[in-house]
Design a protein around this ligand. Structure first.
Ligand code: 5GP
Ligand code: MN
Length: 337
């Protein structure tokens, strides 16, 4: 993988460009993809954003989101677009498996593949050019750097600023995580100078749910949360029946994993959701508890030091038992005792 600045001089040559991101895109994934989309369009490139799956309704306000293709329901069309592309940008993931059934299509495409990502342990052999930097708060921060370092900061318009800001607040927990560096705050100042209305972005993402979601959270925190003070860990498990009863949609469970971290002494929070195709895990931690390694070793996952995800093909009760077992056996290695 060569450094991304090697493509800067080629930005002016019109190309067919695809931008893709990880399955079930979050604000950083969708925000970085659409910010790059609005930037590249300004050069006259033919640009299409393809998401491997559907996404949360709270992202639908993002400028350009109505043009994003959902691969799961546009397979033939999307595959043809990917096969014809000159460039494929891969944003906010670093191993093709994170794009689910889109992965084999990207793999076989002849395009130049360009990575922009901030997760740990990138599969650099899958990409021709790229920027991979785990010190960055978000892929949105890296797309901002890409725009500025390629020599075009004046092209950051209010649409781009809104998309980038969404990813920043998503991945920094609204500027509370350690990744919210001085550079991040300087970036926000520059976005504000383009006319960004940051309150609007915040409300669009966090104050845009249905009543059922809040009642679901109440139910889950009351009935599905187990606290182990011995290991300073909280576990939330969500059976499929709860998802059906409360009519829970994609995105409605996002952020739920953070609630138990507000309990004094809790240093790791885990949630497992019984999705149709798999049991999906999310892990969050405080301080020196490395949930990237935890997810990688025990739940086929990965991510960041303090925020990671994983999966299991086992039934819900079995994967919960596995969690409790590996927690007990490895608590001291993971600084949980
Ligand atoms: P979340 O818990 O919000 O889904 O994800 C937390 C972080 O871990 C995100 O940066 C996400 O990209 C990453 N992540 C989530 N699930 C997986 C997974 O199954 N595998 C890997 N490698 N990373 C994941
Ligand atoms: Mn991200």
């Amino acid at each position: 993988m060569q450094p991304i600045h090697h493509i800067f001089s080629q930005l002016a040559t019109v190309r067919k460009v695809v931008i893709t991101t990880h399955q079930k895109p979050d604000p950083d994934a969708m925000g970085s993809s659409l910010a790059l989309y609005h930037f590249l369009k300004q050069f006259g490139h033919e640009v299409i954003v393809i998401s491997p799956t559907n996404w949360a309704a709270f992202l639908d306000w993002m400028p350009g989101s109505d043009k994003v293709l959902n691969f799961e329901i546009t397979r033939e069309k999307s595959e043809a677009i990917i096969m014809a592309a000159d460039w494929i940008f891969c944003l906010d993931f670093n191993m093709l498996a994170r794009t689910k059934s889109l992965a084999p299509v990207i793999e076989k495409a002849g395009a130049t593949k360009i990575l922009i990502d901030h997760h740990q342990q990138p599969a650099i052999e899958s990409f021709h050019f790229g920027a991979s930097d785990t010190t960055k708060s978000s892929t949105c921060e890296m797309v901002f750097d890409f725009i500025v370092e390629s020599g075009h900061p004046e092209r950051i318009n209010p649409e781009i600023a809104e998309c980038l800001y969404a990813g920043l607040i998503g991945d920094t927990g609204s500027f509370r995580f350690p990744a919210a560096t001085a550079n991040v705050h300087r970036m926000v100042a520059e976005l504000k100078e383009t006319g960004l209305q940051h309150t609007k972005v915040h409300e669009n993402i966090y104050d845009n749910f249905m009543e059922n979601r809040l009642r679901f959270i109440g139910h889950v925190l009351t009935n599905r949360m187990e606290i182990s003070y011995e290991y300073n860990t909280a576990l939330i498990y969500v059976p499929k029946s709860d998802l059906l009863r409360y009519d829970i949609r994609t995105g409605d469970t996002e952020g739920l994993v953070n609630y138990p971290l507000s309990i004094q002494g809790i240093r790791m929070a885990a949630i497992v959701i019984d999705r149709d195709e798999e049991r999906k895990w999310s892990f969050r931690s405080k301080g020196n508890v490395d949930v990237n390694t935890f997810a990688r070793r025990f739940f086929e996952g990965g991510g960041h030091f303090n925020a990671a995800g994983g999966r299991s093909s086992a039934p819900l009760d079995e994967t919960v038992r596995t969690f409790k077992k590996v927690l007990k056996e490895n608590a001291s290695e993971f600084q949980l005792t």
